[in-house]
Design a protein around this ligand. Structure first.
Ligand code: SF4
Length: 116
């Protein structure tokens, strides 16, 4: 396993998985489950809910403006809304930063002295 395929933490930083597709939860699902319309998309999103590379997947879809299917737990419609709000964003940077900030907060909270 190379450094880029390791999924884990380095201090408070959750390492970004460059080669994320081998870890995709949908690899064991039927591929057609993610490319559906309407209410079926909610089922597709459930596949993503427990995916360990959800953030990487979502960044890929946003940065490449992929217009079809559920990626990273978001439908194409939901992704379009994000792209309209921040059209020039590097979504990898945005999502990686947000994830690491969340991890730092969780770490600080877990190690805070218990209140009496
Ligand atoms: S987030 Fe969803 S679409 Fe993306 S890799 Fe994971 S299971 Fe597949």
């Amino acid at each position: 396993m190379g450094a880029h395929t390791y999924l884990g933490r380095c201090g408070d930083i959750i390492m970004w998985v460059e080669d994320w597709t081998p870890r995709a939860a949908c690899r064991v699902a039927q591929p057609d489950q993610l490319f559906v319309r309407g209410a079926e998309q909610n089922k597709a999103k459930q596949v993503c809910a427990g995916c360990p590379v959800r953030t990487e997947c979502l960044a890929e879809a946003l940065d490449n403006q992929i217009e079809w299917g559920v990626w990273g737990g978001m439908t194409e419609r939901e992704r379009r809304a994000l792209l309209r709000r921040r059209p020039a964003a590097s979504w990898r940077t945005v999502l990686e930063t947000a994830r690491n900030e969340g991890a730092k907060l969780a770490h600080a909270h877990a190690h805070a002295p218990a209140s009496v």
